[in-house]
Design a protein around this ligand. Structure first.
Ligand code: SF4
Ligand SMILES: [Zn+2]
Ligand SMILES: [Zn+2]
Length: 317
């Protein structure tokens, strides 16, 4: 089990306070007790938020939670940080794609976590929004159609934007961790699409009208740290893979980066920094990313018909 691999009994004192350590953070070579593991993780997220000017003192923050470990840790950390700002507000939001036996169970974890923090979970389903659950879409698509994740990703993005607008959120926080980000950067480079790195990391102040700005506060927290944090605080989360998961390419990149991180701790963080440099470089160059409004749904889109309407059309026909 992943949880057991990262949290172990260590015959050493905490590098910060000298108490018995429970965790070795490999990329900083720090032995940490549970309290210092939690505190240093929160401090790191606070620095990321400040460095990228992700939040103001009085934001209504929609926190996208899936029921999994990353978003559980994200919600707990943001809740802790934002408790110092009386004018800010946290609203956990879950998009229910309609995947029987998977999302319904994850929803229970999301509800339990929200309840434990005295927050009310907002839920928006694909069925409510589009008229179809993801299970329904998979049944309707033609045999040569896209994989389930292609529909899911496009529709979830739209659903999250609508859910955030419905609750009057100023910003949407998502739980992408360091491993996710490094993998995505690497995959885009390997596919010859490094411009996409900049396109998908738009800073808050440059967000397009009609889209609630998105922030990723835990991108400097490794997956190992996330698991250790969730395990130490016993946060409720759902730990089973989606039945439609089809990420062979990402799995190859994950294995490669994990091996490199093991041999050379710091590889993941260096990859993230390279992505940030590329984003800066693209941002300084003249850009051709122009938006119009979708002819069918009026949402800002780079093409006449947005991707959501295009995919919906394909499953209706
Ligand atoms: S694995 Fe694919 S289908 Fe399942 S939740 Fe993730 S994006 Fe959606
Ligand atoms: Zn300590
Ligand atoms: Zn549209």
């Amino acid at each position: 089990m992943e949880r057991l691999r990262v949290v172990m009994s260590i015959q050493s004192g905490c590098s910060k306070c000298g108490k018995p350590a429970v965790y070795l953070r490999r990329y900083t070579s720090e032995y940490l007790c549970g309290t210092c593991l939690v505190q240093t993780t929160i401090d790191r997220v606070r620095k990321t938020i400040n460095r990228h000017k992700m939040l103001t003192d009085n934001d209504r923050i929609a926190v996208a939670i899936s029921g999994g470990k990353d978003s559980a840790v994200l919600l707990h950390i943001l809740y802790t940080i934002e408790s110092a700002y009386p004018n800010s507000e946290i609203v956990p939001v879950t998009i229910d794609e309609g995947i029987q036996g998977y999302r319904d169970e994850a929803l229970e974890s999301a509800r339990a976590l929200s309840r434990s923090l005295d927050l009310t979970l907002e839920v928006l389903s694909f069925k409510e929004l589009l008229g179809y659950s993801l299970d329904g879409i998979v049944k309707r698509r033609s045999s040569n159609a896209l994989g389930a994740c292609s529909y899911c990703g496009v529709f979830r993005r739209r659903a999250l934007n609508i859910a955030a607008k419905n609750i009057g959120a100023d910003v949407i926080a998502t739980g992408h961790n360091l491993d996710d980000e490094a993998q995505t950067i690497f995959m885009n480079i390997l596919r010859g699409d490094s411009a996409r790195i900049a396109r998908t990391n738009v800073p808050r102040e440059l967000s397009v009208d009609g889209f609630v700005p998105r922030i990723k506060p835990i991108t400097e927290i490794s997956e190992r740290d996330v698991v250790a944090y969730a395990h130490y605080l016993k946060l409720p989360y759902h730990d089973f893979p989606c039945p439609y998961a089809e990420e062979a390419y990402r799995n190859d990149v994950r294995s490669f980066l994990n091996e490199m991180e093991y041999r050379r701790p710091g590889t993941l963080l260096a990859t993230l920094r390279s992505g940030e440099s590329m984003t800066m470089a693209y941002r300084q160059a003249p850009t051709t990313w122009e938006f119009t409004n979708c002819e069918k749904c009026n949402t800002p889109s780079p093409s006449k018909i947005c991707k959501v309407c295009e995919l919906l059309e394909s499953i209706r026909s």
